[in-house]
Ligand binder design. Structure first.
Ligand SMILES: Nc1ncnc2c1ncn2[C@@H]1O[C@H](COP(=O)(O)OP(=O)(O)O)[C@@H](O)[C@H]1O
Ligand SMILES: [Mg+2]
Length: 409
């Protein structure tokens, strides 16, 4: 199964490009699903057909879904939410507020990720295309498997306390509802499942992130930043889609200045994102709405090519031996404009870049080693650890120490 995630600033054309990709994959005979994680849900508008929180057939070989938090709460999260709101109400919160509080941040994000997990486990699709919210929200989504542990630790802690208090007061009347077995199992399950998704998403053979830009300065700057964060989260960014490129033929009078400006931005994109594979689409004379227009966009982007092709499988994290040192290399495609700090604790390496923090679980062979230094070399930050050993092992266990999930196809 292939997972293609389109990300970028608001309005650059993510939804259109994602829909065009999905339609083309389906037309080429691949079982395809398009999943919108943007709560604004413009996918329905783009395709000019109403989608919902449940899988809906769009065309031959193509289904679509717009993840809908209300629907998810009534199905996937029912048990957990019911317990949490009872629990909060038992602590004196009024029931309406308790119900609202029981929607913890992340349920929506997690739901989207669990669809991807389900598709992979069931092997129901060849291609999953993800149409996402503007950059910041999507970074949150993609970082979620990492940050979720924090929620779960707190949740587990809370539940454990409830059980402890309940045991201590056996025989007395207690007002706090005890978690059901199903609740406890659900909670434990969440961790396991998130780990599975995380492995799926960080496997470059399976998942590719494609950046969507327009030839405009603010868009380019935001996308450069996003690219760096995506690398730090371990996602493989494999291509850049330049959308809404004004065609040269229009270069008379009015457009002359605009075209000159665009030319400048195009060459910035070229310099900044090279050697990423580039896909391009012209600015269309009309809004890209409906299937026919989307097919036109797919022609622009892919020609006769296969949109599900993997253009690069380079992981943004590598490990190798070098002259009595082990190197953990992190791809940082742009010059850092913030202070970068590194800490190690037991088997964790924490990378802090401004307010951004990412913790990487080191493989066994690299724990308890001293960091000798860290230097940039081209696009790579090489973090040097004392002593060789990491590059010798065959089979390449990945950072994080877990095996990648089995590939479905
Ligand atoms: N290449 C293009 N030419 C002309 N209009 C486009 C093009 N790509 C997208 N659009 C239009 O731009 C608007 C925003 O596109 P959309 O795909 O919704 O962006 P996003 O999902 O990034 O917010 C829509 O009206 C869409 O039809
Ligand atoms: Mg959109």
């Amino acid at each position: 199964m292939r997972i293609i995630i389109y990300t970028g600033k608001g309005g650059v054309g993510k939804t259109s490009v994602a829909a065009a990709t999905a339609l083309r994959c389906a037309a080429q005979g691949k079982k395809t699903v398009i999943l919108s994680t943007d709560s604004a849900h413009s996918l329905s508008d783009s395709l000019e057909m109403q989608l919902s929180g449940e899988l809906t057939p769009i065309a031959k070989n193509l289904d679509g879904i717009e993840v809908d938090i209300q629907h998810e709460l009534e199905t996937r999260w029912k048990e957990i939410q019911a317990y949490l709101s009872d629990f909060l109400a038992s602590q004196g919160m009024d029931s309406v507020t308790a119900k609202e509080m029981a929607v913890f941040p992340g349920m929506e994000l997690m739901s989207a990720l669990f669809y991807v997990e389900d598709f992979h486990r069931d092997q129901s699709y060849d291609v999953v295309v993800m149409d996402t919210a503007p950059t910041a929200d999507t970074l949150r989504l993609l970082a979620f498997p990492d940050t979720a542990n924090w929620y779960f630790d707190r949740l587990f802690h809370m539940v454990r306390n409830v059980i402890k208090v309940a045991r201590a007061t056996v025989g007395k009347i207690i007002s706090t509802p005890l978690p059901t077995d199903k609740f406890l199992k659900d909670l434990e399950n969440l961790r396991v499942r998130l780990r599975y998704v995380k492995d799926l998403l960080s496997d470059p053979e399976i998942t590719s992130v494609r950046l969507v830009v327009n030839p405009e300065k603010m868009v380019i700057t935001e996308t450069q930043r996003a690219y760096t964060y995506l690398c730090l989260y371990g996602y493989t960014v494999e291509s850049i889609v330049i959308n809404r490129v004004i065609p040269d033929e229009l270069g008379e009078d009015y457009w002359k200045t605009k075209l000159e400006e665009q030319r400048k931005h195009l060459s910035t994109i070229d310099e900044a994102f090279s050697p990423l594979k580039t896909l391009k689409a012209r600015l269309m004379p009309r809004e890209v709405l409906g299937r026919k227009a989307l097919e036109g966009l797919a022609d622009e982007l892919f020609g006769d090519g296969d949109p599900s092709e993997t253009y690069s499988t380079e992981s943004p994290m590598k490990m190798y031996d070098r002259e009595r040192e082990s190197v953990l290399a992190l791809k940082l495609p742009f010059p850092l404009d913030q202070k970068l700090e590194l800490y190690t604790r037991k088997d964790d390496l924490t990378v802090q870049l401004g307010a951004f923090k990412k913790s990487i679980t080191l493989p066994h062979s690299m724990t308890n080693r001293r960091i000798l230094g860290a230097e940039m070399e081209g696009m790579w930050l090489n973090i040097r650890f004392e002593g060789e050993g990491v590059g010798k092992r065959k089979g390449g266990k990945r950072p994080g120490g877990r095996k990648a999930p089995r590939k479905a196809s």
